[in-house]
Design a protein around this ligand. Structure first.
Ligand SMILES: Nc1ncnc2c1ncn2[C@@H]1O[C@H](COP(=O)(O)OP(=O)(O)OP(=O)(O)O)[C@@H](O)[C@H]1O
Length: 558
């Protein structure tokens, strides 16, 4: 399969990306770009067929925008098919395409290779600081109002069978309730309203609030159960009717966070959906998530449940299916008039990416407006850490000491402290406030262990001097040296771990405020507090099973 870079603005024919060779994209007679803000060697591209990625390095002094994210000079990123590169923000847009045939030309079939092969400054080895930007659904940046889904290059869904099975087993959801004539199936993790339409390989899936319905009052959140209206009614009605006639199964996939937050009830949601579905006048299946487990978008649980339980065992044709949602990560002023507020998140776009569906915004899908390229992913995206391969600890310092000691861990909730202690300080007594419930019990366990000659590790967040001092005092009493291990995990990464713990291990999800509290209290530990050494621990991912790594590598929200 050959890969190409295509000008979205039809500036010239497609440029083939030769495998494992570096080419430059920039100002040249061949590209026709004369704009001085584009350098001659603006962006270097290297197609790596074995990894199915294109490595991009930015050389021009102005940043490029890749999939909505700014990439500064000298930064490298890896991108996939359908990724969009803007050489300068909003201008000279290119997309990565694949094809089996020869070179395609958008406008000039006689175009020669339009950029010079770059010989003098090839990227050296892949840098530690390389960022990975996931490839995106083909809507991004390309003007696509026709929804010709046949050109989607994505081969199929992204979720493996193992992960599907794993998550389905975790979720409380069921395929049917034979004892009831109601279309509703209510379980802890999923609210389902069955439709009369049969399963289909073609799925037209939609978010609910602010995609199919809006509030009558104009508020973001409805004032009450009757504060709703169909979005741009004419367009939505005709589009859904057409899709239904064309054999698409219509599906709503919606987070209903208000239920867990007790702002609304399941019954109120059911009443609203009944009215909306009746007003839409076409059969629509509804799946909604009442709590923040694997069914909460962007996690893939609702889609997995749909595919496995609610599509009459008909396999989904991903080249003919898509998802439309308003949570697209667009920045403020993304519209033509620069008036629109920023999207509250990118969870719809992330959800579509996780499961492998093409993604559209409602403005593009229903109103035919060009997709804005002003967007970015809002959730943490982990593969860059997996690929960075940082050493666990700098300078090959020893983790377990041969002499008795106390280690105090410091790090955000969810930063991986407990996992680290269990894996790397196995012979130490682990003292955890969450397990023991109070400080006195912690001190008792520390004293017992130290007097028995055993090393201890304090596995609490310990953000500031005061929270560490009380443990250092106990160590002093036993004349045992103390080291401090600080987790380098960032706040966003820790939030990601927190979601992963809830989804994969049905563990606790620490409330969001705990992260901000840690951040505001954090005071970097120093040897002046009485530490014989302070070590910085890099988060080093480890997974016992492949499907867990797969889940961890997805967008999970926060
Ligand atoms: N090295 C790792 N590789 C893969 N997953 C990890 C790793 N470290 C932690 N995790 C996952 O991240 C989540 C949080 O990890 P862990 O419970 O160790 O954090 P913590 O800092 O002890 O959190 P808390 O302070 O809230 O108790 C868990 O689901 C865990 O499985």
């Amino acid at each position: 399969m050959r890969w190409y870079v295509s000008s979205c603005d039809d500036l010239h024919g497609d440029i083939e990306l030769p495998p494992n060779e570096v080419i430059a994209l920039g100002r040249s007679t061949e590209t026709g770009i004369t704009d001085k803000s584009v350098s001659k060697l603006h962006t270097l591209l290297k197609f790596q067929p074995a990894k199915e990625v294109v490595l991009c390095k930015q050389l021009g002094k102005h940043p490029v925008i890749i999939n909505g994210e700014e990439v500064a000079k000298d930064m490298k990123v890896r991108i996939g098919l359908s990724s969009v590169i803007e050489l300068i923000p909003g201008k000279y847009r290119y997309t990565i395409q694949a094809g089996r045939g020869g070179k395609r030309h958008l406008s000039d079939s006689s175009a020669t290779t339009p950029v010079k092969k770059h010989q003098t400054r090839p990227p050296s080895k892949e840098p530690a600081g390389e960022t990975v930007i996931p490839c995106v659904s083909r809507d991004t940046g390309t003007r696509d109002t026709s929804h010709d889904l046949s050109s989607n290059t994505r081969p199929g869904g992204r979720v493996s069978r193992e992960l599907s099975k794993f998550l389905l087993a975790k979720l409380e959801c069921s395929s049917s309730d034979d004892t009831s004539s109601s279309p509703w199936i209510l379980t802890k993790d999923l609210i389902v309203r069955n439709s009369t339409s049969k399963g289909s390989s073609k799925i037209a899936a939609f978010d609910f609030d602010h995609t199919l319905v809006t509030t009558k009052s104009g508020r973001v959140f409805p004032k009450g159960p009757d504060d709703w209206d169909i979005m741009c009614p004419g367009r939505v009605h005709s589009k859904l009717k057409q899709l239904h006639e064309d054999g698409f199964k219509l599906l709503i996939i919606s987070n209903q966070n208000g239920i867990e937050a007790k702002k609304t009830t399941v019954q109120q949601f059911q009443e609203k959906i009944d009215k909306v579905v009746s007003k839409l006048g076409v059969p629509v299946q509804v799946l909604a998530s009442p709590r923040a487990t694997a069914t909460r978008k962007p996690a893939p649980g609702m889609w997995i449940a749909f595919e496995e339980l609610y599509n009459d065992n008909v396999p989904v044709d991903y080249s003919n299916s898509f998802y439309v949602g308003d949570a697209a990560g667009r920045t403020a002023g993304w519209d033509l008039n620069h008036k629109k507020r920023k999207d509250f998140s990118s969870s719809d776009r992330e959800f579509a990416h996780n499961v492998g569906l093409a993604f559209y915004t409602p403005e593009n899908f229903f109103l035919g407006q060009a997709e804005s390229t002003q967007w970015s992913w809002k959730s943490f995206y982990i593969p860059k850490y997996i690929e960075e391969n940082l050493p666990l600890v700098q300078d090959s310092k020893k983790l377990e000491s041969s002499k008795q000691e106390m280690v105090i861990m410091v790090g955000y909730p969810g930063s991986g402290k407990s996992t680290f202690c269990k894996r790397h300080l196995k012979s130490y007594e682990r003292v955890n406030l969450d397990d023991l419930k109070n400080y006195n019990k912690c001190v008792a366990l520390i004293e017992n262990s130290l007097s028995a000659g055993k090393s201890v590790v304090i596995d609490n967040t310990c953000p500031d001097e005061a929270s560490r001092k009380r443990y250092i005092e106990v160590a002093k009493k036993y004349t045992v040296p103390v080291r401090c291990f600080v987790m380098n995990t960032t706040i966003d990464h820790a939030r990601h771990n927190n979601r992963f713990r809830r989804i994969a291990q049905s563990g606790i999800q620490v409330p969001g405020i705990a992260f901000n509290t840690f951040k505001s209290r954090f005071h970097a530990p120093s040897s002046s507090e009485g530490f014989s050494d302070v070590l910085h621990i890099n988060f080093t991912p480890y997974f016992a099973e492949k499907h867990l790594e797969e889940l961890y590598s997805m967008f999970l929200g926060s």
